[in-house]
Design a protein. Sequence first.
Length: 164
Amino acid sequence: MCDDDAEAMLEWRSDPAMYEYFYECVPLSIDTQVQWIREHMDEPSGITFIAESKDTSGPVGMGSILHIDHRNRTAEYARMMISPECQGKGFAREFHGLIFEYVFDHLGVNRLWLEIIADNEKMIGMHKRSGFKTDGVLRQHKFKGGQFIDVLIMSMLAEEYHKA
């Protein structure tokens, strides 16, 4: 991830269909996106990946692995986005696979977990098809759009990844 990715990321993050499921609720600008990239490029316990495809020019998506805990062998999967024009074309499935391979085979993580807004049925379904299981619900965990919203915690274990 670098400053050159800011324009594409801003476009994705500003898409109403995607933005609806983000925790933040402030308008985005190119300056705030560049600032966000710079703040997250050197995360000591995380890494953000930009996905590119040989079939397209430029980035097609992004995803982050955060809170990498080497002692307990856990990590959080976050910030998963596929550009709107690339959705439904298999990019997410391939990107998931590459992330999982990196997390489970390279980092040696035992449990990969994520948070997801409870009414984001499309992404919940995608994560379930990828092998994630629902661990629980954080009731009224975030405040967005003038109301408290529930958040699901989902996870996948290394043994489940390797069986699949």
